[in-house]
Design a protein around this ligand. Structure first.
Ligand code: AHR
Length: 331
């Protein structure tokens, strides 16, 4: 079946679906390619290149995508794990172009260096959707939409809380950054720094822990050997914060008390550590992007307009908030 025919069929389906939605209002099954939650007559083939499996957040994000883009919902999902390597993502995208998928989606491991492969997708007439992380391409026609959180805002909220709680105490902090060159590492660092500017919180050091628990622990061990006066850790994700907890405990200190910890993500393990008093504050980063991706992909394939930027809403939790939220936490 040609792509033009697929797009025309998808447009007809979308129109029929809209009409049927007006006619009947009832509880809907998960979104489908036809939007009706049931069987579809045309399947959307979507090639997705995931960053890797570096964190609990990433596992939840992958699950959301795989659980939503199902055959039952009208999708054929081609999924690849880039193991945190940009060259693997570029290779996967090129393979999806060769396979002439209907739409490509990916979460770019780093911000830069995508223009050439995005041009190739555009020349092949295959639309691209960014999920979770942004690219720094100046040409915004290279992708249809970017679905994800506002990482600068996440970092800023974390910094604001630190200032509210600790300004005036002369606290010294270290930062565990995410993957070097990635949008969340760049933006969370910037957001946090802008929030603590003018306070007396002093940044002793800042290094990457690559968003993993293992590297977060290793970098924290190094910080603890180098500085004996660390009061606060800002980790760009829960996993690095959990690694830092292990390093702090091994050094004979009490996480959450001797050394305060602020993280981002709010996955179950992080929330449990927050409820247990080992983390002090977490700003959420919502990983459940599958439904928005399905919706945007369906519209794009149908030739409908979509929003260029879809910002996902995030909450934030202190220790009491974590205790309340944990029983119903999905991820
Ligand atoms: O891009 C989102 C970030 O990537 C999450 O905060 C982190 O846990 C993940 O690895």
């Amino acid at each position: 079946m040609s792509r033009n025919f697929r797009r025309a069929s998808a447009a007809v389906l979308a129109a029929l679906t809209a009409a049927s939605l007006v006619a009947c209002s009832s509880e809907q099954a998960p979104q489908s390619a036809s939007g009706d939650g049931g069987a579809t007559t045309d399947t959307i083939t979507l090639g997705f290149s995931q960053v890797g499996a570096e964190s609990g957040w990433r596992a939840a994000n992958t699950k959301s995508i795989q659980d939503t883009l199902t055959a039952e919902n009208g999708f054929e999902l081609k999924f690849s794990d880039a193991q945190q390597k940009q060259e693997n993502q570029i290779q996967a995208i090129r393979s999806y172009i060769q396979q002439q998928v209907d739409v490509i989606a990916f979460s770019p491991v780093v911000e830069s260096g995508w223009d050439a492969v995005l041009e190739e997708a555009k020349s092949a007439g295959i639309p691209v959707i960014l999920t979770d992380r942004a690219v720094d391409s100046e040409d915004e026609t290279l992708y249809e939409s970017f679905i994800g959180s506002d990482f600068v805002e996440e970092g800023h909220r974390a910094g604001e809380w630190a200032v509210e709680q600790y300004d005036g105490e002369g606290m010294k902090m270290v930062e565990l950054q995410g993957t070097t060159g990635s949008a969340p590492a760049i933006d969370r660092k910037e957001g946090f720094a802008s929030a603590i500017e003018g306070s007396d919180i002093e940044v002793l050091d800042s290094q990457t822990g690559n968003f993993t628990r293992t590297e977060g622990k290793q970098v924290m061990e190094g910080f603890l050997q180098k500085y004996d006066d660390i009061d606060l850790v800002f980790a760009h994700n829960d996993d690095m914060g959990l690694g830092a907890i292990e390093a702090i405990e091994a050094a004979g200190k009490v996480p959450g008390e001797d050394i305060k910890i602020i993280t981002i993500d709010a996955v179950k393990d992080g929330m449990q550590a927050l409820a247990d008093g080992k983390i002090n504050y977490i700003v959420e980063c919502n990983p459940l992007l599958g439904p928005d991706l399905a919706d945007v992909a369906t519209k794009v394939v149908a030739g409908e307009d979509v929003e260029k930027r879809i910002v996902v809403e995030d909450a934030a939790f202190d220790q009491e908030g974590a205790k309340e939220a944990l029983p119903d936490r999905q991820y």
